[in-house]
Design a protein around this ligand. Structure first.
Ligand code: TXA
Ligand code: MG
Length: 529
């Protein structure tokens, strides 16, 4: 079979793709998650061909893609209120919801189940093809069964050239892992496959959500699965894959003791791995879950050259759960835990109540709390390593062998380069103290305003950002530090925006006063390594 190469940039090509689909053919289409291998969802014979082209097991049902909410009512026999609320919040987007199907959904799509998963993708080319085809499209990921999912048209071509009618190129997928699959048939929405829409995000909209236990572990012998896709080894290159879990510093240290091989690593460690002869593919900064998701499937394909592949596993909390789930399956659950105890980094803007929540979190989890501000002040009072290093770099701040903090403050507040110099001294020493603290106590909560700036995030097994309403923060700072409104504003302006923390932290918690329910809900997630 000759496979047509079509471009999503050309309207005529999108039209040709829709024609292929209308005639009962197969066309790979771009979506924001991964490329899908699409067929007319109402045409059982066409859908059968998807299973043949992929070599997909006959009992693994397909997701149906729509471009108009009203189509949902053709596919589900009942559309619950909760589903509509999720649709309103997350559609179009990377969320698939499962409900009881109507008779319009053929056996070939649902593989005999009485339910069907439906998704309204965001990618404009996907939506256009669905609209032009005039029918919903059944589409699994457009890879050979068992291989990493395709996030580029070239990945699809690698697997599917000659096996399908057409490939419609829509560029690189912006999310990079498949949609979140959530079962809406029960009382509480249940995540069957984690994705960019996290359990926490669903829970925030509906008040509750859970994750199916099969998502985390391998399946035990004879165990029933709700989502048939969960039972297969998946996403796997030819080469053997080993996963290393825990804090990024710990996983890097462990892999670096092994004979050089291929490694999928975080940006921060790339130079170190290369210096020891590893073939590296990096997937972004260790905190950057969105980058990990975007890059892991490509990284698995690129690293597949015969050598054993070691992987620095992202943290599994929040959006990290999506990438970790794929990597666990790519490795056939061959994973090594490299961190001996939990280390939870807590950060956020000044006045958001980090220290209070850190103490509460420590109490809930039985972990000691390291307060980096207090530790820093203590280290300055003592005539130790930190004091000596600072006085050497800033002799102007020398007050008879002690650091004059006001003088030091005046020097660095006005001069960015001097501030950077000071931080290059303080950060490693505070980090060292934090590491020793956690080691001595077998785990810790680290309360660190400059968690990411100092690199202390890299010794953490999980990170939590705390935020509060701006007004509340403002009042707290004025009252706590007895400063004027102007001074408080200056201090807040000098700090990163809230987005900085939302982008980097595994989880965020809103601190609205004394209500600790939100914290209680996520404490157990944070302590899991
Ligand atoms: O992002 C995505 O979801 C991509 C793009 C193309 O939309 N599609 C995708 O499809 O990943 P696929 O077939 O590779 O994965 C579908 C997953 C499987 O794990 C399957 O078992 C599960 O969804 N699934 C489908 N229908 C289901 C149902 N009725 N009940 C439970 N799980 C279902
Ligand atoms: Mg798939």
């Amino acid at each position: 079979m000759k496979t047509l190469q079509l471009s999503g940039d050309r309207d005529n090509d999108i039209l040709s793709a829709a024609e292929v689909l209308k005639k009962g053919g197969l066309c790979a289409i771009p979506t924001e998650t991964v490329y899908g291998l699409a067929a007319d969802a109402y045409n059982g014979e066409a859908v059968k061909k998807i299973f043949e082209a992929k070599g997909r097991p006959q009992d693994n049902p397909l997701i149906v893609h729509i471009a108009d909410l009203s189509t949902l009512f053709e596919l589900w026999d009942f559309v619950p209120e909760q589903a509509l609320r999720l649709a309103q919040e997350f559609w179009p987007g990377p969320l698939t919801m499962v409900m009881k199907k109507t008779a319009a959904v053929p056996y070939e799509v649902s593989c005999g189940l009485d339910t069907v998963g439906v998704r309204f993708p965001e990618h404009p080319v996907a939506r256009r093809v669905i609209e032009l085809a005039g029918v919903p499209l059944a589409a699994p990921s457009a890879n050979l069964s068992g291989k990493p999912s395709p996030t580029l048209a070239s990945h699809v071509a690698e697997d599917m050239q000659g096996r399908i009618d057409a490939i419609l190129d829509g560029g690189a997928c912006s999310v990079g892992v498949e949609s979140t699959v959530v079962d809406m048939t029960g009382e509480v929405p249940r995540v069957l496959r984690p994705g960019a829409v996290t359990e926490e995000m669903i829970s925030e909209v509906l008040g509750d959500a859970c994750t199916d236990p099969a998502v985390e572990g391998g399946l035990k012998e004879g165990q029933q699965v709700r989502s048939p896709g969960m039972k297969y080894r998946h996403y796997a290159p030819e080469s053997p894959v080993s996963l290393f879990c825990g804090a990024p510093d710990d996983t890097a240290r462990e892999i670096l003791t092994l004979p050089a091989s291929a490694v999928i690593c975080f940006d921060e460690y790339k130079a170190e791995f290369e210096a020891l002869g590893f073939d590296c593919v990096s997937i972004g900064s260790s905190w950057d879950h969105a980058a990990h998701a975007r890059r892991i499937f490509d990284a698995l394909r690129v690293s597949d050259g015969g050598k054993k592949i070691y992987i620095q596993c992202p943290r599994r909390v929040g959006m990290g759960a999506a990438s970790v789930n794929r990597l666990m399956r790519a490795s056939g659950f061959d994973s090594t835990l490299c961190s001996p105890y939990p280390v939870i980094g807590v950060t956020g803007r000044s006045g958001s109540g980090k220290s209070y929540l850190s103490r509460k979190l420590g109490e809930m989890l039985g972990l000691a709390v390291f307060d980096s501000d207090m530790e820093y002040k203590k280290m300055l009072r003592e005539n130790g390593e930190l004091t000596k290093a600072i006085l050497k770099a800033f002799p102007e701040a020398d007050a008879e062998g002690r650091v004059d903090r006001r003088a030091l403050g005046n020097i660095v507040f006005r001069d960015g380069r001097k501030k950077a110099l000071l931080e290059s001294i303080t950060h490693p020493l505070v980090a060292k103290a934090a590491g020793e603290f956690a080691r001595a106590r077998g785990g810790a909560v680290l309360d660190v305003p400059l968690l990411f700036e100092s690199g202390i995030d890299r010794m953490c097994t999980a990170t939590l950002g705390v935020y509060a309403g701006e007004e509340l923060i403002f009042d707290r700072i004025c009252a706590r530090d007895c400063i004027s409104a102007e001074a408080a504003k200056l201090r807040l302006d000098a700090q990163p925006e809230l987005k900085f923390y939302f982008d980097r932290c595994d989880l965020m918690v809103k601190n609205d006063g004394d209500d600790l329910n939100a914290l209680r809900k996520i404490a157990e997630k944070l302590i899991k390594i």
